[in-house]
Write a protein that binds this ligand. Structure first.
Ligand code: F6P
Length: 320
């Protein structure tokens, strides 16, 4: 790539993405790089819809959840026609490189641009699921866990007062990371995650044993990809004869003010991505593992990283 003068910025939404946008824009402008924000994720690339972003444009956004650029799950970008249109837009606007902030889907799109169309691209992992291969923590994951934990703490008050069983569903279609963090931090009795086989019959037996020992309330966390919370609750009620209630936390986990951990991570990764681009590096996504910044090839992005969460799970059960 010749000297990088102008980049496009494509984003998904989760807490901390705006902090990353701010860092990208301000670092880029200090390096003499102009940033065009793509409106609505990959849709903006296809439809040639950009907003010019400068230092002032990103004032005050570090505290905000979501993405100020708006986003979409862009079905057209999965087609070669959509991809070609996006590449034409990039060429028409003299864009030298693209920065993509998002989860596995967005980063796979980034790899298509890089690998199939020779566009210089850098990815920044941002997903509440924390399931990007080779990345300790993605932007948004810490906030999601803290939001879910706050809700769980409140649910516990009722679970204890009324001696009920609560089944709480958290996000994570392919990955149980949020569920396990929340369950461990919330002192829960059980957690169902896609990475681990379970039977409700076994859980019913555990609850019956607990009842005999005088235990009166339970909180079971279910990752959305591991089962349907109302079904799980119904089976528990039928098996134990005890009252259950269900709470599905849903998208509250993806929004909200980012935690300090997410803001700092996003700020560092945004800055690092632009410094790499300026040094002529691309075709990679950045991370901060063991406190140190580094990068991996975009080709390494997978559907969802497989986590060995067995240690966490054993600890949860040990302390129940
Ligand atoms: O990947 C992030 C995530 O929030 C998942 O946890 C969840 O399964 C999915 O996105 C929900 O997607 P949508 O907002 O498109 O319904």
């Amino acid at each position: 790539m010749d000297e990088c003068k102008r980049i496009a910025l494509v984003t998904r939404d989760c807490a901390g993405v705006n902090a990353a946008i701010r860092s990208v824009v301000r670092t880029a402008s200090q390096q003499g790089i102009e940033v065009l924000g793509s409106l609505k994720g990959y849709d903006g690339l296809i439809d040639d819809r950009f907003v010019t972003m400068n230092h002032r444009f990103v004032s005050g956004i570090i505290t905000q959840g979501g993405t100020i650029l708006k986003t979409s799950r862009c079905a057209r970008f999965y087609t070669s026609e959509g991809q070609r249109q996006a590449v034409q837009t990039l060429q028409k606007n003299n864009i030298d490189a693209v920065v993509v902030i998002g989860g596995n889907g967005s980063l796979k799109g980034a790899n298509v641009l890089f690998n199939d169309y020779d566009i210089p691209v850098i990815g920044i992992p941002a997903t509440i699921d924390n399931d990007v291969h080779g990345v300790d923590l993605s932007i948004g994951a810490d906030t999601a866990v803290n939001v879910a934990l706050d809700a769980l703490n409140k649910i516990r008050d009722t679970a204890t007062s009324l001696e009920r069983i609560f089944v709480v569903e958290v996000m994570g279609r392919k990955c149980g990371w949020i569920a396990l963090q929340v369950a461990l931090a919330g002192g829960c009795e059980e957690v169902l995650i896609p990475e681990r086989q379970y039977t409700v019959d076994h859980m019913v037996k555990e609850i019956q044993t607990g009842v005999k020992q005088g235990k009166r309330s339970w909180i079971v966390v279910v990752a959305e990809g591991a089962g349907n919370a109302p079904d799980v609750a119904k089976k528990i009620s039928t098996g134990t004869g005890l009252e259950t209630r269900v709470t599905v936390l849903g998208h509250i986990q993806r929004g909200g003010h980012p935690t300090a951990v997410d803001r700092v991570l996003a700020t560092r990764l945004g800055n690092y991505a632009i410094r790499l681009l300026k040094d002529g590096k691309n075709g990679v996504y950045v991370h901060q593992n063991d406190g140190k910044q580094g990068y991996l090839p975009l080709a390494d992005v997978v559907e969802s990283k497989s986590l060995d969460l067995s240690d966490y799970y054993s600890l949860l059960k040990q302390l129940t």
